[in-house]
Design a protein around this ligand. Structure first.
Ligand SMILES: [Zn+2]
Length: 451
């Protein structure tokens, strides 16, 4: 049993002062407020629950920044970015992927994420052949999560087609492809890899990559736990969906898949008002990735309407072009300010602080999408983050001002320490294995860039 004491902490009931909590077997065993620190307590100033990153493709951290110059035409968009990603995959070995994932996960921990949903779609070798062990690459993801200490919801991806109507996959997609039977084996193999507190979900990649029959088979294969799918990220996807089924992607999912609180729709950018309201009412989470969506020029999520309709949101780092939950939340609010030409758009009557509102929404929605318990409460995992109260953006601030300072006013991270299941993983903003993880990552990048 260990004990932590904090001058202030954000609990499910709100900000509390002089907070002491005890941790046993990685779980919070008790919480007291307005009490002095005990002798031997680990003492901090500002304590927040750790954030869930609901959507990561870890390997893409290795190509961050490589797609930021104009290609052969002036029409760069998501689809031209995808070509760069496919070429990057021509070279990636299992060891490379493990090293890149470890780098991404260490950075996630350093910026305040304590759990990651890995939307894992790389299953085959560079020639498109299945490995002897179907979970060869999934095992590298699990190993990277275990080595860095981040919590994991592993979301093996089913990917079989290049477009609606079961079109044959293209050459660039050869490392992703599994049939329904192959996917069942992969799912079994993934289940046996996970450790205490980790979760297993499924991820039909998108309505482009999965036929309706295959989607039904996948859902039947995994009767409990999270289901994640990319939906309506791009206008082209909406047009192709309308041409195929007469319905838009979110509309089709609402009608055909009976969305509920097990589901997380990644992006859900392009929705009509009716889809927005219906998705909010379904209890599913919208997995928003504001940095990646801006980077790819996807469009702007209708966050104001969705949240007013009671919709649930989580945030994800997706392409991992830049990893930082504060910047994700800032980007989400700023997109709405630009769209509506107004300030403090995503504040609410109960939470006039934008940062507090978005932080609480994404703590709750993120945990739901990951299949874990949200926030600092007895019986929940002791996953928390402490902020540096001497940071210029936080100094002299109290309560919600601390979150507003972190999310809107800090040029660099305010994170001091990060703890997962009561174990310290980050000190003074640096992961405990930062030097070794970074050195290994640089070796891999050197190899890839030299080819
Ligand atoms: Zn994605």
């Amino acid at each position: 049993m260990s004990a932590f004491w904090s001058t202030t902490a954000l609990l499910p009931s709100g900000w509390a002062k002089n907070v002491r909590f005890k941790v046993a077997d990685g779980l919070i065993a008790s919480i007291e407020t307005d009490v002095p620190a005990g002798s031997g307590d680990e003492i901090h100033q500002i304590t927040l629950p750790g954030m869930a990153n609901v959507h990561s493709h870890a390997f893409q951290r290795g190509m961050a920044g490589l797609a930021e110059h104009r290609g052969g035409n002036s029409n760069d968009n998501f689809w031209s970015w995808r070509e760069v990603m496919y070429r990057f995959l021509d070279r990636l070995t299992p060891d490379d992927m493990g090293a890149i994932a470890a780098m991404a996960y260490a950075e996630m921990l350093e910026t305040g994420y304590t759990h990651v949903g890995e939307f894992h779609y790389l299953h085959n070798d560079a020639a498109g052949r299945a490995y002897d062990d179907p979970a060869e690459l999934a095992a590298r993801i699990v190993a990277a999560a275990q080595a860095t200490g981040i919590g994991l919801t592993l979301l093996p991806v089913f990917y079989a087609h290049s477009n609606f109507g079961g079109e044959a996959p293209n050459h660039g997609q050869r490392r992703f492809i599994k049939g329904v039977d192959g996917f069942a084996h992969l799912l079994d193999a993934c289940r046996s890899l996970l450790s205490n507190g980790d979760q297993l979900g499924i991820a039909p990649h998108s309505l482009r990559a999965v036929t309706p029959d295959e989607l039904s088979a996948l859902i039947a294969m995994h009767p409990q736990g999270p289901i994640h799918i990319h939906a309506a990220e791009q206008q082209k996807e909406v047009h192709d969906s309308l041409a195929f089924s007469g319905k838009r992607p979110v509309e089709w999912l609402l009608d055909a898949a009976a969305l509920d609180d097990r589901w997380c729709l990644i992006h859900a950018t392009h929705m009509t008002d009716a889809e927005t309201d219906a998705l909010a009412a379904s209890g599913a989470v919208a997995g928003l990735c504001p940095i990646t969506e801006a980077n790819l020029g996807d469009g702007i999520f209708p966050a104001l309407r969705f949240l007013e309709a009671g919709g649930r949101i989580g945030i994800g780092t997706d392409s991992n072009v830049l990893i930082d939950p504060a910047q994700e939340l800032r980007g989400l609010e700023y997109s709405q300010r630009l769209l509506h030409q107004a300030r403090n758009v995503l504040a609410s009557d109960t939470h006039p602080s934008v940062a507090r509102r978005l932080f609480e929404e994404t703590i709750a929605g993120g945990a739901q999408a990951m299949g874990i318990a949200p926030g600092l409460a007895v019986g929940h995992a002791a996953d928390f983050v402490t902020l540096n109260s001497g940071h210029p953006a936080l100094y002299g601030r109290h309560g919600d001002q601390l979150l507003d300072g972190w999310i809107f006013a800090a040029r660099n991270s305010c994170i001091d320490t990060v703890w997962k299941r009561g174990r310290q993983l980050v000190s003074r903003g640096l992961h405990k294995d930062s030097a070794a993880v970074t050195a290994r990552y640089l070796e891999v990048v050197e190899g890839i860039m030299a080819e």
